[in-house]
Structures are given as C-alpha cells and as structure tokens.
Design a protein around this ligand. Structure first.
Ligand SMILES: *[C@@H]1O[C@H](CO)[C@@H](O)[C@H](O)[C@H]1NC(C)=O
Ligand SMILES: *[C@@H]1O[C@H](CO)[C@@H](O)[C@H](O)[C@H]1NC(C)=O
Ligand SMILES: *[C@@H]1O[C@H](CO)[C@@H](O)[C@H](O)[C@H]1NC(C)=O
Ligand SMILES: *[C@@H]1O[C@H](CO)[C@@H](O)[C@H](O)[C@H]1NC(C)=O
Ligand SMILES: *[C@@H]1O[C@H](CO)[C@@H](O)[C@H](O)[C@H]1NC(C)=O
Ligand SMILES: *[C@@H]1O[C@H](CO)[C@@H](O)[C@H](O)[C@H]1NC(C)=O
Ligand SMILES: *[C@@H]1O[C@H](CO)[C@@H](O)[C@H](O)[C@H]1NC(C)=O
Ligand SMILES: *[C@@H]1O[C@H](CO)[C@@H](O)[C@H](O)[C@H]1NC(C)=O
Length: 254
C-alpha cells in the first residue's frame, strides 16, 4: 500500500519537473544569460550550473572562495553577479537542460532552462508557376522553395477577392522550421520561420491578375481621404460664396 503511495508521489514529482524548466530558443553563435535568483544567499553551500544533469559548467565555492569553471567551458562562460552566468557563442551541441543547483546536505534545483540552439532559416524563393487569366476569374499556382523543402499553393481570384485553395497549410521542414504560404493585403507571402528567425518572399497579385486584384484597404482609405478633402474644400467654397452674397445683400440694405 505505502509503496503505491510512494510510487504515486514519484510519478507526481516526475510529472512536475518539466514545469520547473523554462524553454529558451537561441540562435547559433549567439549568447544566453542563465539567470538565477537565490532567495537566501547559500553561504555554506556550493552553487552549480549543470548541463544535462551530468556536466558541471561552473561551481561557485562557498565562503567567497571564487568559482571553478569546467575546462571544457573556459573562455565561453562569463560570471555575472549573484550566480548568474553568460554562456557564449552557442552551437547545436549546447542544446539541452541547464539547471542551477544548490548543494548542501542535499542537492536543490533552483532554476532550469531547456535551451534549443537553432540555425537561422535559409532564404526562400516564391515563384509563380502558372497563371490563367480570364475575364471573370484568375488562377495562380505558386511554389515556394527553401533550402530543404518546398510547398505549392493555388490561388483563385474573382473580380472582388482572392482566396487560397485548401486554405493555409503550413509545412514543417526537415530542419523543424515552418514553411507557410498565405494571402495578405493583395500579396502572396511565403514565410519561412523558426523560433529565432524568419525570411520571406512575396508576389503582388495585381502584377499577375491585373483585373482581379483584391481591393486593398490602404488604397481605399487614400480614396476616402481624397473624397473627404474634396468635400471639405467644396463646403468651404460654397460657404464663401454664400457669405459674399450675404455681405453684398447687407451692404445694399444699408
Ligand atoms: C535573463 O535575464 C535577462 C535580462 O532580464 C533576459 O534578457 C534573458 O532573456 C534572461 N535569460 C533567460 C535564459 O531567460
Ligand atoms: C545581487 O544581490 C544583491 C543582494 O541581494 C543585490 O543588492 C544586487 O542588486 C544583486 N545584483 C544583481 C545584478 O541582481
Ligand atoms: C564561435 O564559435 C565558432 C566555432 O563554433 C568560432 O569559429 C567562432 O570564431 C566563435 N566566435 C566567437 C565570437 O568566439
Ligand atoms: C542533452 O540533453 C538533450 C535532451 O534533453 C539531448 O538532446 C542532448 O543531446 C544532450 N546533449 C549532450 C551533449 O549530452
Ligand atoms: C481555376 O480554379 C478553379 C477552382 O479551383 C478550377 O475549377 C479551375 O479548373 C481552375 N482553372 C484553371 C485553368 O486551372
Ligand atoms: C509542386 O509543383 C511542382 C511544379 O508545378 C511539381 O513538380 C511538384 O511535384 C509539386 N510539389 C508538391 C509537393 O505538390
Ligand atoms: C498594403 O499594400 C499596399 C501596397 O501594395 C501598401 O501601400 C500598404 O501599406 C499595405 N497595407 C498594409 C496594412 O500592409
Ligand atoms: C513570419 O513568421 C514569423 C513567425 O511566425 C513572424 O514573427 C513574422 O512576423 C512573419 N513575417 C511576416 C512578414 O509575416
């Protein structure tokens, strides 16, 4: 019976652990700040930054005896105030879980980060493969290429609006980035993105379907503005004419 309770507790502790780890994405060759806030300064305990539970990157010795940086990390770690450190120039091999541990009679994890190092995404090229332009509709097929993947999509425009056949269907590339083609403001956009970077290419639909381009809201507002300016001008002119007219009438009466 008590064995089950203990097992249950262990499962709970296991299940809780991921929530104590903050996911962080870092672009390759960039630095990351490993922050920690320790409530009461552990004067007699060792504070360690640990990688994947086995490698001790840096150990802060108790009693102001300084810090010991692991040989593998010397030159790549900058010690900051209050046990925080900066790990510099990350590579894919640095992806993993970093924890700050206070070691007294037992080990106590204070903070954890799950760091994922990503390359910036490759550029994309969006090309229009075919256009069929008819009086009442226009079809466009496009393809978007990134270094390790590509995606096709078809757009159909009638005289008012364009829509994407089958909707937006983002694709996950082999390098775990998103490749995504969609309509935006009268343009077809291809966006290649991951957590640390994105690249895009775009085509303006009007250039391929001149009679069918989506009426763009910006153009509309410019048109509205012109109308408003024109109306105000007209009102002022009419008012001026009426005023002059009235003045003349008044003068005649005198
Ligand atoms: C550490 O703190 C700094 C400044 O508040 C912040 O920019 C950085 O993202 C933090 N690092 C992590 C891994 O959250
Ligand atoms: C380090 O801790 C001390 C004492 O808690 C505090 O006064 C100081 O502002 C902290 N420094 C940083 C950079 O957080
Ligand atoms: C970062 O590491 C790479 C090797 O991974 C090295 O070629 C480069 O010079 C380093 N950059 C800095 C600023 O240390
Ligand atoms: C660290 O752990 C992560 C999984 O959390 C693993 O993907 C990675 O290969 C490990 N890195 C090293 C150097 O052991
Ligand atoms: C244009 O798209 C519509 C709707 O998907 C389709 O029925 C039609 O065959 C297409 N026309 C051409 C020439 O591809
Ligand atoms: C995309 O279109 C190109 C040419 O139109 C075709 O060769 C390719 O097989 C298509 N790819 C997909 C994934 O549909
Ligand atoms: C929409 O596109 C037009 C030009 O094609 C541009 O002038 C306008 O700023 C764009 N509007 C938005 C909201 O992106
Ligand atoms: C591309 O996608 C990324 C991630 O979703 C987003 O932050 C970025 O604003 C997008 N770029 C454009 C031009 O839509």
């Amino acid at each position: 019976m008590s064995i089950f309770v203990i097992l249950g507790l262990l499962v709970c502790i296991e299940a809780q652990e991921p929530s104590a780890v903050t996911p962080v994405f870092v672009q390759k060759r960039e630095d990351v700040l490993l922050n920690v806030t320790i409530a009461d300064d552990p004067k007699e305990d060792i504070v360690t930054w640990r990688f994947n539970k086995t490698v001790n990157l840096v150990r802060f010795l108790p009693g102001n005896l300084g810090a010991k940086v692991s040989d593998d990390y010397s030159g790549r770690i900058e010690l900051l105030e209050n046990y925080s450190v900066k790990l510099k120039n990350l590579t894919e091999a640095d992806s993993g879980v970093y924890t700050a541990v206070v070691s007294g009679d037992t080990d106590k994890q204070i903070t954890g980060y799950k760091i994922t190092v990503q390359d910036p995404v490759s550029p994309v090229k969006l090309s229009v493969d075919s256009v069929s332009n008819r009086p009442d509709w226009c079809n466009l097929t496009v393809s978007c290429r990134a270094q390790d993947s590509h995606i096709n999509s078809t757009f159909r425009c009638d005289t008012h609006t364009c829509s994407q056949e089958g909707g937006e269907r983002p694709q996950v590339t082999p390098s775990a980035a998103d490749l995504h083609v969609y309509l935006s403001n009268g343009s077809i956009i291809c966006n290649h993105s991951n957590q640390v970077s994105w690249t895009k290419d775009m085509k303006i639909i009007k250039h391929f379907c001149p009679r069918h381009a989506e009426s763009d809201p910006a153009g509309l507002s410019v048109c509205l503005l012109k109308t408003a300016v024109l109306s105000v001008g007209l009102i002022i002119m009419v008012a001026a004419v009426i005023t002059v007219h009235l003045m003349e009438k008044l003068k005649k009466r005198k």
